[in-house]
Design a binder for this molecule. Structure first.
Ligand SMILES: Nc1ncnc2c1ncn2[C@@H]1O[C@H](COP(=O)(O)OP(=O)(O)OP(=O)(O)O)[C@@H](O)[C@H]1O
Length: 359
């Protein structure tokens, strides 16, 4: 059976007055049926553009330049507008950060969900209403039946986001693309909603592509993760591997921004510097100007995404891949640093935070 989603060599550009922005550059990844796949990186990494591409929602001045987006083996980029519309909201649902734009203020919350169910699943109005109430209840809305007719403004932000999740699940999609679904919420509510999202997606066997700038959110929900920097994947691994054995210096830097229980800090250090201008990327490895481990050759050589075990170029089947010259095949000596950690990356993180590069 074909994998649920396979993105191959996707490149997306925006033609702006400042120049041509390559927001996504030769990106490939795969999501298996039922899998929870995280995409993480700072603002401007190309996460949202990737998500919008999967839904074929890139508008001018943006353009999908090349690549394939295979959904159950069929290329979404080759489909007609009407074919893609029947997939959107039906087989692939989406959840965005801003609930306000997803819920129409002039219709009741329950009414909107029920209408989507009637339309997509061919239910009678009564069946759709019952299923809506069940779903609202399942996502944790108290007295779901009584609240069916409430308008969006009568829901708190957290409840609105729960309703959006109910809406996304209502048509039993195979894939939910969730872009920063809980960023606007308070941390406790965020954790509850992420738990529910994960639980419901497991129950319905729905795959998730979860986009976030927060590795803590990935840990709550995902099985596998792709770290993006300046439009490219810099590391791909299972969540466990990524946390216990991160290979790319950027990943380690992102870890230093996860708040830890008991460390007394709220949001911690962020990686010094900012994402480069995507119109004119630095030479060599795009991350080198911010990398505390960078050496001269990092300014000249752009590292391919490499299997960290074999040193060969990564494929979609590679378990753990990183795009750092440290892992590139043929490098006679490698770099002198190593990001090796026993615990959850603590040593490497503190090394990073202190700006202390290797010997
Ligand atoms: N409509 C647009 N017009 C021009 N450039 C755009 C547009 N949308 C995105 N871009 C470019 O693509 C880059 C990647 O954007 P994207 O929204 O995917 O980043 P992101 O990783 O999702 O960050 P964020 O968390 O801020 O959304 C941006 O830095 C910007 O340069």
């Amino acid at each position: 059976m074909a994998p649920l989603l396979e993105v191959k060599d996707l490149t997306v550009r925006f033609y702006t007055q400042e120049g041509v922005v390559t927001a996504v550059d030769g990106l490939s990844y795969r999501i298996e049926s039922g899998e929870k796949f995280g995409v993480v990186g700072e603002s401007g990494a190309g996460k949202s553009v990737t998500a919008l591409s999967v839904l074929r929602l890139i508008d001018s001045p943006g353009q999908i330049e090349s690549g394939e987006i295979l959904f159950k083996g069929e290329d979404l980029l080759e489909m007609s507008e009407s074919e893609i519309r029947s997939i959107r909201g039906n087989e692939i649902a989406m959840i965005f950060q801003d609930a306000q734009t997803a819920l129409n203020p002039v219709y009741s919350v329950g009414g909107q969900i029920a209408e989507a169910i009637e339309h997509h699943l061919d239910y009678t109005p009564e069946e759709a209403r019952d299923r809506t109430i069940q779903l609202l209840d399942r996502v944790g809305i108290p007295e779901a039946e009584a609240r069916f007719s409430d308008y969006p403004h009568e829901f708190s932000g957290g409840m609105q986001q729960r309703a959006i999740i109910a809406m996304a699940l209502s048509c039993d999609p195979d894939l939910i693309v969730a872009d920063e679904p809980t960023t606007a919420l308070d941390v406790t509510i965020e954790a509850q909603i992420l738990d529910e999202l994960r639980e419901l997606a497991d129950e319905f066997d729905t795959a998730i592509q979860l986009i976030t700038h927060d590795l803590g959110v990935i840990a709550e929900v995902c099985d596998r993760v792709m770290v993006m920097y300046a439009g490219k994947p810099v590391e791909k691994a299972s969540v466990e591997e990524l946390y216990y054995d991160p290979k790319h210096p950027y990943t380690v830097g992102l870890m230093s921004s996860i708040p830890r229980v008991g460390d007394g800090r709220d949001r911690l250090q962020t990686i010094p510097g900012t994402m480069p201008d995507l119109v004119e990327l630095p030479s060599g490895c795009s991350f080198h100007p911010r990398c505390p481990f960078a050496e001269e050759q990092c300014t000249r050589t752009e590292p391919a995404l490499t299997d960290v075990e074999t040193g060969r170029e990564a494929t979609l089947d590679t378990e753990h891949a990183a795009a750092c010259i440290e892992y590139t095949e043929g490098l006679s000596q490698g770099l002198t640093y190593s990001v090796e950690v026993d615990g959850p990356a603590d040593d490497a993180v503190s090394q990073y935070v202190e700006g202390d590069s290797r010997e």
